[in-house]
Ligand binder design. Sequence first.
Ligand SMILES: NC(=O)c1ccc[n+]([C@@H]2O[C@H](COP(=O)([O-])OP(=O)(O)OC[C@H]3O[C@@H](n4cnc5c(N)ncnc54)[C@H](O)[C@@H]3O)[C@@H](O)[C@H]2O)c1
Length: 332
Amino acid sequence: MEEIANRKSQIANLRTAVIGVGSLGQHHARNYAEIAASNETEFVGVCDSNEENARAVAEKNNCDYYTDWRELTDKVDAVSIVTPTETHAEIACAFLERGVNVLVEKPIARTLEEADLIIEAAENSGAKLMVGHLERFNPAMVALRPHVSQPLYFEIHRVSPFPNRSLDVDVVLDVMIHDLDAIQWLVDSKVSEIRAVGIPVISDKVDAANARIEFENGAVANITASRIGTEKIRKTRFYQTNGYVVLDYATKFASVTSLAPNAIHPLLGINVNRLEIEDVEPLRAEIEAFLDCVINDKTPPITAADGRRALELALGVLEKIEHHAARVFPKN
Ligand SMILES: NC(=O)c1ccc[n+]([C@@H]2O[C@H](COP(=O)([O-])OP(=O)(O)OC[C@H]3O[C@@H](n4cnc5c(N)ncnc54)[C@H](O)[C@@H]3O)[C@@H](O)[C@H]2O)c1
């Protein structure tokens, strides 16, 4: 009883922080600051090893700043970790081991071994661990999800102009992983085959890739991801029995096209259902879902197992890309 009472009193004023306030982390900070202003959480501060970044984001959000995350491990109850992927395991494990609840950005880690260390640290302490697969909170996906029923064939394009960030990982771990998570979530069957091709064009890592993923239930996804495009495209189209679905994460659009049940002729009975979208900021929804599972002791909507599964598939795609490259460019 005493333990529960303590837990409740601690949660009533949940102390939050963001580790890593670069291009994405600054938006985590803004959201935590806004949430703190409107309810019972307390936004303790931000941490960034780049002091200039840390100070600037702290000033904007009226909070303290730190340059060493170790100073925060005993000062907070919940953190977002938004540092480069190669640092996730060390930082996440340290917070989780102290019972601090963690929202770690995608990909959960660089390797499955690191992901397992993070998962083990959460299991040992009982702290909540959620992975930031943000697209699941895109309002277009939120509106679409109840309409998904046995998708069988996906065509997916995710293209962006060359970014000045996240170059520590390739395009598969950086952006294709969003779609790898989404298809596994929507298809809900085991992956049976992966084919892939990818190429470094501007950086020394794969900048553009295409993967064909086949599932045991027969579903197939064809995914193109590129970070050297001339425009931003984040489009998914898929076919399911009696339905053609369009999902545009960038413009927050979703529609389901189907044949009206009593149509006398296909051309007369096509029904395009443009779904109603509630225009919320996906990151706000993600952080609120994380805090909700901490405060109300719920299972995170995106579990560590989901994050690990997406990483495993991404690493599988990269392995196939390497095989393909070895065949096309054999070393002498
Ligand atoms: N969910 C999404 O849609 C999405 C989008 C972009 C990035 N991400 C993920 O977020 C993470 C960060 O990406 P980004 O684009 O913001 O990178 P970024 O390089 O812009 O920012 C990372 C920040 O972390 C800081 N940092 C590095 N090491 C640190 C350490 N040990 N302690 C404290 N601070 C440290 C850097 O100084 C930098 O300011 C990556 O894992 C990336 O994959 C997710």
